[in-house]
Design a protein around this ligand. Structure first.
Ligand code: DX5
Ligand code: ZN
Length: 237
């Protein structure tokens, strides 16, 4: 099956918050496909960031889909607020959701795309029962909480296995990877099976956001083409 092009989701965690609207319009003009918004509660992760008012404010200044990553202990209590604020995707951590099926349904009932994510040490088997119900599977490639950390190399194998699980179960979930994604490793991560690359510091610390997004996309698309031609040569895809 041919998948759509790889999408790039800049994470505003590394943006200049005093000039957020301007930063967002720079990545939008630079070709971003989604805007990744990291919500941290100071409890599930050791950092505090933004809540529904910022999502609502961003909704007014960009047409990009808002990809909201909820790093919080009690996401259920905030799903209505984030949905009303204009989130297009709401992604919850499996580690914080004892009733994951109910949580995913409550996101979908609000016409928001539902995502689930796993910390690096959480096994993929934790989401096997929900994979066909979600629109997005996010594999964390750093321990969540901060931007600018190094990509954990052992997550590449998990990304490949996540790809296999999605394909095997015929889930419609897009496979997103978050943490330490840069131009230099975009090809490798795409080859492992990613559909969406989240990138914060690599984009926002560069001089030209558009050029960085473009270089990341080119690296990813070249890797995607390589997979397709290898598949065609082997007689499948
Ligand atoms: C990590 C966040 C990421 C972070 C990625 O806790 O979920 O979205 O912003 O930042 P970089 O790309 O700098 O690792
Ligand atoms: Zn994130």
């Amino acid at each position: 099956m041919t998948r759509p092009s790889v999408r790039i989701a800049p994470s505003i965690l590394s943006a200049d918050f005093a000039r957020l609207s301007d930063e967002v319009s720079r990545v939008e003009k630079g070709g971003a496909d989604l805007l990744h918004i990291d919500v941290m509660d100071g409890h599930f992760v050791p950092n505090l960031t933004v809540g529904p008012p910022i999502v609502e404010a961003l909704r007014k200044v960009t047409k990009l889909p808002l990809d909201v990553h909820l790093m919080m202990t009690n996401p259920d209590a905030f799903i209505p607020e984030f949905a009303n604020a204009g989130a297009d995707y709401l992604t919850v951590h499996v580690e914080t959701c004892p009733h994951l099926h109910r949580t995913i349904q409550s996101i979908k009932e609000r016409d928001v795309k539902a995502g689930v994510t796993l910390n690096p040490a959480t096994p993929l088997s934790a989401i096997e029962g929900i994979i066909r119900d979600v629109d997005l599977l996010l594999v964390m490639s750093v321990n969540p909480g901060f931007g600018g950390q190094h990509f954990i190399a052992s997550t590449l194998d998990k990304i490949s296995r996540a790809r296999q699980m999605i394909d095997r179960t015929r889930s419609r979930a897009a496979l997103e990877v978050d943490g330490g994604v840069k131009v230099e490793n975009a090809a490798q991560i795409t080859r492992a099976g990613a559909d969406i690359l989240v990138s914060g510091s690599a984009i926002f610390s560069s001089a030209d956001y558009g050029a960085t997004i473009k270089a990341m996309r080119q690296a990813a698309q070249a890797a995607r083409k390589g997979i397709r031609s290898a598949g065609a040569a082997a007689g499948h895809r």
